[in-house]
Design a binder for this molecule. Sequence first.
Ligand code: AMP
Ligand code: ZN
Length: 122
Amino acid sequence: MECIFCNIAKKKVDAAIVYEDKDIIAFKDIHPLAPVHILIIPKKHIASINDVEESDAGLLGNMIIVGKKLAKDLGTADGGYKLLFRTGKHGGQEVGHIHLHLIGGAALHEEIRPLNVEWERK
Ligand code: AMP
Ligand code: ZN
């Protein structure tokens, strides 16, 4: 199994872990984009949001709850933050094991628009 995030979940690869329960683990992003940048992952391998099943609804809900708790613990709840799943090539997903980004601790760029300027708002 050559999935880096599975290996973090199994403690075969080091990470700065900030939360863990039986299904979920959260750790600091190795290349933080902001003062708070945490990745919240399920311990079980799910490649992308495209691969999520209805039976995963509780797991995904719990990942959001972990995001909320960590935002408070890390002092960014009041100021605000983003919880973000990138999905696939256009979404900018680089690691093929779903991860919920918690990004905060500073005012963040709004930018989520397409790179391609041919797109027009209807
Ligand atoms: P994404 O582009 O949404 O797939 O995000 C992948 C994120 O994983 C990036 O922000 C990387 O900096 C982060 N990342 C990759 N490898 C590691 C690692 N070994 N430990 C912590 N974060 C990592
Ligand atoms: Zn994995």
